[in-house]
Design a protein around this ligand. Structure first.
Ligand SMILES: Cc1cc2nc3c(=O)[nH]c(=O)nc-3n(C[C@H](O)[C@H](O)[C@H](O)COP(=O)(O)OP(=O)(O)OC[C@H]3O[C@@H](n4cnc5c(N)ncnc54)[C@H](O)[C@@H]3O)c2cc1C
Length: 337
């Protein structure tokens, strides 16, 4: 095995996707900790020009497959291309973003390489690991951390014997590394074997990008509502959010009740957010919700139950009826602005 952590880079309109850069930054931290090199896998057509940007963002090597057969994302040819690059470069670790593409591509790559993979990690770390059964020590082990048992516990999953160690990691968890134009690195171009049958199996006719209706990931303020709000409560939250220039989030209970679309759901099966201010209104603070907002800078909870678990992670708490507290808060903020 070579001493590498590779990150699969998704591209968007000729640029590396932001979530891929986030992951590249995190991989850089792991590489530093374990004395590894960090690199990128870049697959597509006319993508070579992106390689330099990846070096500015921290990659010390970029493995490029620039091939007209890979013009649009297509699962099987992309799987073959990525597998081929991994076989040629023999990395210790390969990371994908847990996006629509990463979630379908990474497990196929892992299956062909006969290695393990953990899907949808909320964190990754690296270090030694001792097998409790045999006492054998393994080095440079990727800790693939994710909630399990419906979010009740955080599990650290390891792949001690197979290589590469692989994981998909949720977008929106890590900062984008700063751009440093003084950085240098090498770009390696590969030609890969893509069986004819894989190219013709699926024909991509058109690619349409649907923009998310709500942008919770880059919101600085999120006012989030739960079961305690009811449909009426969400009207109050919208007013509060508008005064604060914020977005509306929700717990799954509120989404399930039909008060707000799924796009707004935060948590284990929703989005992961980290705004400057997160106001949780009528939300109890179930682990499955908290896992999606715990990295917010300031958490303010409004709940009529002083024992609600959300108060355990809140920086500020208001115990009271949201139908009294929220209008007062909105009024006060309106006067200030
Ligand atoms: C596999 C799995 C995945 C899940 N994924 C998610 C997820 O992604 N996101 C998510 O949120 N949940 C998720 N859940 C559900 C989660 O376990 C909780 O059921 C959910 O978060 C509860 O939502 P809630 O806090 O709005 O409702 P509740 O737990 O019912 O809490 C409502 C709160 O409102 C307060 N309240 C009521 N009336 C008022 C009032 N007038 N004024 C002030 N406070 C009031 C109550 O005191 C209470 O604390 C998942 C569960 C499972 C098993």
């Amino acid at each position: 095995m070579s001493n590498k952590i590779l990150v699969y880079i998704e591209t968007l309109e000729g640029l590396p996707a932001e979530h891929s850069l986030e992951l590249l930054g995190k991989a850089g931290d792991l590489a530093k900790k374990a004395g590894l090199d960090v690199g990128a896998i870049l697959v597509g057509y006319e993508v070579k020009s992106i390689a330099q940007e990846l070096i500015y963002r921290g990659a010390s090597e970029v493995h490029v497959v620039d091939d007209p057969r890979l013009g649009s994302y297509n699962l099987l040819p992309y799987t073959s291309a990525v597998v081929d690059v991994i076989k040629k470069t023999e990395p210790e670790i390969v990371l994908f973003s847990a996006t629509v593409i990463g979630r379908e591509l990474a497990p196929r790559v892992a299956a062909r390489l006969k290695t393990g993979i953990t899907a949808d990690c909320t964190d990754v770390d690296i270090g030694d690991w001792v097998d409790p059964g045999t006492g054998r020590k393994y080095e440079k082990i990727l800790y693939q951390i994710r909630p399990t048992f419906g979010g009740e516990i955080m599990a650290a999953i390891v792949t001690p014997q197979r290589r590469p160690q692989m994981a998909t990691v949720r977008p929106g968890l890590f900062p984008i590394p700063p751009r440093d134009e003084s950085r240098t690195g090498k770009v390696v171009e590969w030609s890969v074997n893509i069986p004819e049958s894989e190219q013709s199996l699926v024909e991509v006719i058109e690619v349409k990008r649907e923009k998310r209706k709500v942008d919770l990931k880059s919101a600085r303020v999120i006012v989030s509502g739960g079961r305690g709000c009811g449909a009426k409560g969400f009207e109050l939250l919208r007013e509060l959010a508008s005064v604060l220039n914020g977005e509306i989030g929700a717990s799954r209970a509120a989404v399930d009740a039909g008060w707000i679309p799924y796009d707004h759901q935060i948590g284990l099966t929703g989005q992961t957010v980290k705004p400057d201010v997160y106001i949780a209104v009528g939300i109890s603070g179930a682990v499955q919700h908290v896992v999606g907002m715990k990295d917010s800078k300031i958490v303010i909870a409004i709940n009529k139950d002083p024992e609600a678990p959300i108060f355990r992670i809140a920086d500020y708490g208001i115990v009271g009826d949201l139908f009294v507290v929220v209008p007062k808060l909105t009024e006060r903020l309106k006067k200030k602005s």
